[in-house]
Ligand binder design. Structure first.
Ligand code: ATP
Ligand code: MG
Length: 453
């Protein structure tokens, strides 16, 4: 135990309160996870929220009180946040967005309010006593996700648990027990009562898990897919052609599973989102080709538009939404690796994200019936070489700026400047104008300036 956590434990004990470790950290330790999925530590206590806050402040800790209405106080320890929740008791208002919270008297009463048996375990922070009133350890060992108590009542009182369930399938690789699965399906209709932020957060965790194909399949099986991702609802059953082993949905989940969950910028789920959305346009554009097979011409163009709308609805963030739409738009690009000009144009269109696109193309190919690995290896080598040796070309800076162009051509500002600069930067990118060659650029600009639109 870290010194900060020990001080917290001692402070609760000294004040005569129980403090139990519960939730993801305990679950992940008991299942022997090497890399726990959980970030924050969850504790349960008999102390009321204001008492929790008082104890934490006396230790000099930073306190987050926004969740106190629901009994949770965030306490900042050296190793991360601890979420300390007063024992819960009693009921939630069925299907309501904001649960009615009342406080319970004992850890067992609290555990009875939790969602799944593997999450309804608690360890006393002083004595080490383990409470397991619902067989959570046995379910952990067998890899089973089972609702605590009456499954129908549990999902009806808080439909977020349906999404938490499929998220745990992805994170833990567990199977959902049959009654629990049936109850999740019965409550899927209630998902519309949840706020978009909570839905998006659970989908994001699902995509970041170690078993995302299983999680996505559980999302479909429980009937939650058309409710939380209606844009993807036409994928299951959308048959493809001889280049594919699966329908669009099977291909999509296989692509998600084949891509590593390690976005270049630390967002674990970024590339997984790109994989999930890459063929979004297929159901809408599917048509019969002259040879009688299904064709999907322009699906990357339609898909990029749909992806932009979807990421905005999910509020994934404006820049992230743009990049995801860009990856969808470009996932069919296939430049000749031996043509430096085409490789550089490809890299520039991707705004520096060519590694993400290559990862997507490789994952996409994993469930095709043909093997494109040799091509992807060549393209990757060509991009890496261009990045190392042709940085100045890739920057594609116009040797003349707007001010210089106006002076040179004696023209007032206007849209012509952007047109000329774009032409000059493309010439630099293509290696036809040396970076910084102002004289060469001026000659081009004069020719263009003469031909007014
Ligand atoms: P994570 O690894 O994402 O932190 P977690 O299981 O710890 O997973 P938290 O959201 O941190 O999930 O919640 C901590 C614990 O609180 C859960 O393990 C569960 O016991 C309980 N809990 C959280 N949300 C709910 C809910 N909607 N309904 C019932 N119990 C819940
Ligand atoms: Mg947690």
């Amino acid at each position: 135990m870290t010194p900060a956590r020990q001080a917290l434990v001692d402070a609760f004990d000294g004040a005569g309160h129980e403090l139990w470790l519960a939730g993801g950290e305990l679950r992940d330790r008991l299942r022997g996870a090497t890399a726990p999925a959980s970030a924050d530590a969850d504790f349960a206590t008999d102390a009321a929220p204001d008492e929790v806050e008082r104890i934490a402040r006396a230790l000099g800790a930073t306190v987050n009180a926004v969740g106190q209405r629901y009994g949770t106080t965030g306490v900042r320890l050296a190793e991360g946040w601890a979420e300390i929740t007063t024992f819960r008791g009693e009921s939630y208002a069925a299907g309501s967005r904001w649960p009615q919270v009342t406080f319970g008297r004992s850890i067992d009463e609290d555990l009875a309010r939790r969602d799944f048996t593997v999450n309804a375990l608690a360890e006393h922070t002083v004595t080490g006593e383990l409470r397991d009133p619902f067989g959570g350890r046995a379910d952990l060992e067998r890899g089973i996700l089972r609702a605590v108590g009456d499954p129908r009542a549990r999902f009806a009182e808080d439909p977020l648990r349906v999404l938490r369930g499929v998220r745990f399938v992805s994170q833990l690789g567990f199977a959902i027990e049959a009654d629990t699965r049936a109850a999740m399906a019965d409550s899927a209709d209630l998902l519309g009562t949840l706020s978009q932020e909570r839905v998006t957060a659970e989908l994001d965790r699902l995509l970041g898990g170690d078993h995302p194909a299983e999680g996505l399949e559980a999302l479909r099986e429980t009937g939650a897919l058309p409710l939380v991702l209606p844009e993807l609802a036409a994928m299951p059953g959308c048959a493809q052609n001889r280049f594919h082993r699966f329908d669009v949905w099977g291909h999509t989940t296989a692509t998600v599973a084949a891509i590593a969950a390690d976005g270049a910028d630390g967002r674990r789920s970024f590339r997984r989102w790109a994989a999930l959305l890459h063929d979004l346009g297929k159901p809408a554009v599917r048509h019969v080709k002259p040879n009688g097979e299904w064709g999907f011409y322009r699906h990357e163009i339609v898909g990029a538009e749909l992806a932009a709308a979807l990421t905005a609805r999910l509020r994934l963030g404006a820049r992230e939404g743009e990049l995801l739409a860009l990856l969808v738009r470009r996932h069919m690009d296939r430049p000749d690796p031996d043509d430096g000009r085409l490789v550089r144009r490809f890299m520039r269109r991707l705004e520096g994200r060519w590694r993400d696109l290559l990862a997507l193309k490789r994952a996409d190919n994993a469930s095709h019936t043909y093997d494109d690995r040799a091509y992807h290896d060549r393209l990757e080598a060509a991009c890496a070489r261009a990045e190392a040796e042709e940085a100045a070309l890739l920057r594609a800076e116009s040797p003349l700026d707007g001010r210089e162009l106006m002076a040179l051509l004696e023209r007032p500002p206007g849209p012509w400047i952007a047109r000329v600069k774009e032409r000059l930067s493309t010439l630099v990118l293509d290696g036809e104008l040396a970076p910084g060659d102002k004289d060469g650029a001026a000659a081009v600009a004069r020719r263009m300036g003469g031909a007014r639109p």
